[in-house]
Design a protein around this ligand. Structure first.
Ligand code: NAD
Length: 436
């Protein structure tokens, strides 16, 4: 008989499966480091912290479709439900050629944190397909979306897990997802996805909500920093749903948007880019490239642009130890999910640059998704003014609470947001207890 040391047994009981290991660089490793940083502040709830270090459920699906030329293609799809202690899973679906399980796991975990930080009654989930949707025809994209929805149909539902748009997915894709789910279930199921078209139970204000949230939270942070938005110079990376709308709202508030970078290049105009004209240019040409009379900057120079507010609103891991020293801004407002690596976070902190983290800065989208879900259940729809007013109130209150925690513990806003959110998640976990 082999005797087992209870201490080592307890330790191995907590050992993470290899695919959850923090040593793997990448978004999931970054998330785990963020959880490590917050653990000392969780008091007796830290007993439950292991729950946060692994997803509740991760589904990998094969998504076969017939291409227009008659050949077959297979894509890999995911739906990860990180934590559902506080309610059904909630989080977007991303179509991108670089999507990996690690990325979707991290994005699902950040959704748990975000939903709890804003106190929405949701857990965290995320989905994706590793595909470059720009290579597909509309018909192929519809078949891909419908097959993916059918494959993940066993785990989603209005009371189980509610997908939404993310990078390269939009209201039309949500319409196909809703329709596929409703056909399979044999009943109308408006609340199974959010970010739907208005004609199908979508919510007014949803399209602009994330950008509006970035602006609202940025505005609150600027007040604390004594920074007047109408005098501020702003640089934005990513000019899609989040970055484009945030830039528009900052410009409307009198800020000077001096630089914008997207996948096509970087445009720079110290006197201020004409944001509505740039939005029109991108709608017509697909990118900021070629926008006149702006100067073209090499992409790497974007990070060193003279500005007060920097808004990364594209993809993960953009602000790294390699470029964090160049940043001249007084504050970084994270429109994208996970744009700053932990090393870069430390550099910015040491340099006195305020980072308003993704988990609060871009929570506007999921907040209005929550409103959409509520409206779908009651089949009673609110005015856009109502929606925007409720959104601004919720984000301001959440931000004020997080600022207080940051002040009380003398920690970064990211750690403060994680303290607030992880406490709520783990309180729910403790109250529910373990089943069986
Ligand atoms: P989008 O597809 O509308 O826009 C993405 C933008 O990023 C585009 O302008 C694209 O050109 C740019 N981009 C892509 N690759 C780039 C690169 N290598 N360098 C510079 N720019 C690049 O996507 P979105 O919905 O605006 O999402 C952007 C980010 O915000 C993502 O991290 C997403 O997870 C996050 N987010 C989105 C929402 C939402 O409601 N849409 C909500 C919360 C968080």
């Amino acid at each position: 008989m082999t005797l087992t040391n209870p201490a080592s047994q307890a330790k191995s009981a907590h050992a993470l499966p290899s695919y959850l290991n923090a040593d793997q660089l990448g978004p999931w490793g970054i998330y785990l480091q963020q959880v490590e940083r917050v653990t000392p502040y969780l008091g007796s709830l830290s007993r439950w912290v292991e729950t946060l270090k692994r997803p509740k459920r991760a589904l990998i699906v094969d998504v076969p479709i017939e291409l227009d030329n008659g050949t077959m293609a297979h894509f890999e799809g995911y739906r990860v439900q990180h934590n559902m202690s506080r309610g059904p899973g909630k989080g977007g679906v991303r179509f991108h050629q670089d999507v990996t399980l690690s990325e979707v796991m991290a994005l699902s975990a950040w959704m748990s944190v975000k939903n709890a930080a804003v106190n929405l009654p949701f857990g965290g989930a995320k989905g994706g397909i590793r595909v470059d949707p720009k290579t597909l025809s509309r018909g192929e994209l519809e078949r891909l979306t419908r097959r993916y929805t059918s494959e993940i149909g066993i785990v989603i539902g209005p009371n189980k897990d509610i997908p939404a748009p993310d990078v390269n997915t939009n209201a039309q894709i949500m319409a196909w997802m809703m329709d596929t789910y409703a056909m399979n279930e044999g009943s109308s199921a408006l609340g199974v996805v959010t970010g739907k078209p208005l004609a199908l139970g979508g919510s007014l204000g949803r399209n602009e909500a994330t950008g509006r949230g970035v602006f609202t939270v940025g505005h609150e942070a600027a007040l604390h920093m004594g920074l007047d938005i109408s005098q501020a110079k702003v640089a934005v990376q990513g000019f899609g749903n989040v970055g484009g709308i945030a830039a528009k709202l900052f410009a409307q508030a009198g800020a000077t948007v001096v630089a914008v970078q997207d996948h096509g290049g970087t445009v720079y105009q110290p006197s201020g880019l004409d944001v509505p004209a740039l939005l029109k240019h991108v709608a017509e040409h697909g990118s900021v490239k070629g926008f006149e009379p702006a100067e073209v900057l090499p992409d790497a120079a974007f990070w060193g642009v003279d500005c007060d507010i920097l808004i990364p609103a594209a993809l993960e891991q953009q602000i790294t130890a390699a470029n964090a020293h160049q940043i001249k801004a007084r504050m970084v407002i994270e429109g994208a999910n996970g744009p700053t690596t932990p090393e870069a976070d430390d550099i910015l902190h040491e340099r006195g640059i305020l980072v308003v983290p993704d988990v609060i800065a871009n929570a506007g989208g999921v907040t209005v998704s929550y409103f959409e879900w509520v409206q779908d259940f009651s089949s009673f729809f609110w005015s856009e003014d109502d929606i925007n007013a409720r959104l601004v109130r919720i984000l301001r209150e959440a931000f004020a609470g997080i600022w207080q925690v940051a002040d009380a513990h003398q920690v970064s806003l990211r750690t403060a947001t994680f303290i607030v959110a992880c406490t709520r998640i783990l309180q729910a976990r403790e109250l529910r207890g373990l089943y069986p």
